[in-house]
Ligand binder design. Structure first.
Ligand SMILES: [Fe+2]
Length: 254
């Protein structure tokens, strides 16, 4: 009996010590480097909401499309929703068509890809590295990017035209989604399609991040772009169920 009690106590302490990594969000670091990685936060979406509610002083971003503040999703064999697809995503910012998109995006890994760590990675590109490389490769300045019209098409609706760089509260922020861009060639980008030019530059300078179960990645949604690499699904022998990457996402301001 004593042995069982001791074992039980040790086991519960071990679980607790894995699940309570402090949620010390370092806003200055995220703005400076584009992201912060908190290993071992714990695969607990409810705790993430509680912690970020505290950090943000209740400025969690509510989305009608998501139907709340927590968006929990997994990769599917087929989906029309970009976040659920197996293929790698384009570099983007979230809610780019909002006048004031949320400044931070928290990505909590509930379950890694079945082929972790080779599949299901995340990439982040900071604005300053992007501007420097775009200028170096194509000779395009920040001022030009603030005025460069980028067209986004949606079925049955008029296209939306937005520059990929904006001014907000005296800061320059991205509003960009390469997956939604038209494939038109742009003379100032060596006559390449803008989507291809941006993805080539981002792929050259991106920071590569590998999330295991319980790891928390917080990216700047203003001064960084993010994407997800290709994912896999592992079918069970019965063919009716499968394992795949699962994430919980919360956007917030501070
Ligand atoms: Fe995103």
């Amino acid at each position: 009996m004593h042995l069982q009690d001791t074992r039980g106590r040790v086991a519960s302490l071990a679980v607790r010590s894995r699940s309570v990594a402090a949620c010390d969000v370092d806003v200055a670091k995220i703005r400076r480097e584009g992201f912060q990685l908190i290993r071992g936060f714990g695969a607990d979406a409810a705790r993430l909401e509680l912690e970020l509610n505290r950090v943000s002083k209740r400025k969690l971003f509510h989305s009608a499309r998501v139907g709340g503040v927590v968006h929990q999703f997994r990769v599917l064999p087929y989906s029309e929703n970009l976040s659920e697809q197996r293929s790698g995503g384009g570099y983007h910012t979230d809610f780019m068509f909002q006048p004031r998109p949320p400044e931070f995006v928290a990505l909590l890994c509930i379950r890694p890809d079945p082929r972790h760590p080779f599949y299901g990675r995340n990439q982040v590109v900071h604005r300053d590295a992007f501007l420097e490389r775009i200028r170096g490769v194509f000779g395009i300045t920040e001022a030009e990017l603030l005025n460069l019209p980028v067209k986004y098409n949606f079925t049955g609706r008029a296209p939306i035209v937005l520059p990929l760089l904006h001014r907000l509260d005296g800061e320059r922020i991205f509003k960009l989604h390469t997956s939604l861009m038209q494939a038109e060639r742009v003379s100032s980008f060596s006559d390449l399609p803008l989507k291809a030019a941006i993805e080539a530059v981002c792929g050259d300078i991106a920071q590569e991040i590998v999330l295991d179960s319980g790891d928390l990645l917080i990216v700047s949604n203003h001064c960084a772009l993010h994407r997800r690499s290709e994912c896999t699904v592992a079918f069970e022998h019965d063919g009716r169920s499968f394992q795949s990457r699962e994430l919980a996402t919360i956007r917030f301001d501070v």
